[in-house]
Design a protein around this ligand. Structure first.
Ligand SMILES: NC(=O)c1ccc[n+]([C@@H]2O[C@H](COP(=O)([O-])OP(=O)(O)OC[C@H]3O[C@@H](n4cnc5c(N)ncnc54)[C@H](O)[C@@H]3O)[C@@H](O)[C@H]2O)c1
Length: 367
């Protein structure tokens, strides 16, 4: 057997790119069926992609013996329940970020998956793309010397202007750190290693948000999470990272990710994307220079982590977007929340070591 079957739980906004990539790019996955609380969404996907089944509810998918992996594409506050039930039904799970919305949820899922010998992995997988993998190669080979620090900024005015159901971005499990922080923290951890301790400050600049996207234009959203969050992370390596995420600020570009080394500075691509320009500044050159991309998956390859997990299940190796990584990232995300509330430094509870770097693919879509 060299292919595994996936069932989708949730066929909302992000599902399209997974449907596209699983049906067109990744060679080790087939879709067994899809399921959504709003049945038209599942039926539309079935029709568009010629899928074998629409499940009436998630339990039908969990009980389908054809299904190897459950793909959890529900909203953050729904992740825990769906992942827990899927694991209890003996399925491997790949979840959209975050793993859960509290460490209690994350810890419970990790123990459950471990006790059942099931694989649990999850987004983001952008760190496996051409951009960040090339950065890893440059950093690991000493191009900027020893990394001394990093800065990450995700600055935008929120999602209520475009997302059809933007409420969840302002409820527990949402907010700029839980929503966008995973891309930046996963990128930094995969480049610099585990975080040892952190501190944060946060606030809600606007207690209500006004939806302008359809179909809820004119409704308002009560904000129940911090929407302006800054944090400092001390990495075990000795590097210090600064992160700023917000949904409160008008800003022309969203992302900034920089790593400072003893011999130079690396400007990295937007970690929400699989690719983008990489620039280096070295004092002897006196100006920025572009660095070439060295790896595959330059285009939007969401599902790459899932395909890698399928290959890991089939071959018995560790997945790259695996359980220890999504658990450590949740530790950091929830640590920022706790620190912002208490004003105290928080030590990380989770162990993490960087996954194997990507290797150049023999054929596109084969991991
Ligand atoms: N929208 C994006 O651009 C984007 C980008 C990256 C990651 N994500 C992540 O993807 C996840 C989903 O986001 P989205 O924007 O697609 O949300 P969405 O609200 O558009 O879709 C979620 C879907 O899950 C369905 N659902 C919820 N519980 C279910 C259940 N028990 N059984 C079946 N269906 C169920 C809902 O009916 C809904 O259609 C979130 O974790 C989000 O953080 C979203």
């Amino acid at each position: 057997m060299d292919r595994l079957k996936v069932a989708f739980i949730g066929v909302g906004s992000i599902s399209g790119i997974y449907l596209d990539n699983i049906t067109k790019v990744f060679k080790n996955l087939d879709i067994a069926g899809v399921c959504d609380l709003i049945p038209e969404r599942a039926l539309n996907a079935q029709q568009k992609y010629g899928l074998p089944r629409v499940y009436t509810d998630m339990f039908e998918a969990f009980n389908d013996p054809q299904v190897d992996i459950i793909l959890n594409l529900t909203r953050p506050y729904q992740h825990y329940e769906v992942t827990r039930l899927a694991l209890e039904h003996g399925k491997h799970v790949y979840t959209e970020k975050p793993l859960g919305i509290t460490m209690e949820e994350g810890n419970a899922l990790v123990s459950l998956a471990s006790s059942r010998c099931l694989m649990l992995g999850g987004a983001p997988d952008t760190f496996m793309g051409a951009g960040l993998q090339s950065c890893r190669k440059y950093i690991d080979s000493g191009t900027i010397g020893d990394p001394v620090g990093a800065a990450a900024f995700m600055i935008c005015r929120g999602h209520e202007t475009w997302h059809p159901d933007p409420d969840f971005y302002y409820q527990p499990g949402g907010g700029p750190m839980m929503d966008m922080g995973p891309y930046y923290i996963t990128a930094l951890a995969s480049l610099l290693g585990p975080v040892a301790r952190l501190v944060a400050s946060g606030k809600r600049s606007f207690p209500k948000r006004f939806i302008t996207s359809q179909p809820h234009a004119g409704d308002d959203i009560q904000v129940n999470v911090d929407t302006y969050v800054t944090g400092i992370m001390q990495f075990f390596s000795g590097a210090v990272g600064t992160i700023f995420t917000t949904f409160d600020v008008h800003y022309p570009t969203q992302a900034r990710l920089e790593i400072y080394g003893s011999e130079g500075t690396l400007i990295l691509p937007d970690p929400n994307h699989f690719c983008g320009p990489i620039r280096i500044f070295r004092p002897e050159e006196g100006q920025y220079a572009d660095l070439p991309l060295l790896f595959d998956y330059k285009e939007n390859s969401r599902g790459l982590g899932l395909s890698d997990m399928a290959s890991a299940i089939l071959s018995g190796r560790a997945p790259r977007a695996g359980m220890a990584q999504i658990h450590h990232v949740l530790d950091v995300l929830t640590g920022f929340e706790r620190s912002a509330k208490t004003g105290k430094w928080i030590d990380m509870e989770t162990a993490y070591s960087r996954p194997e770097p990507m290797v150049k693919a023999a054929f596109p879509g084969v991991l």
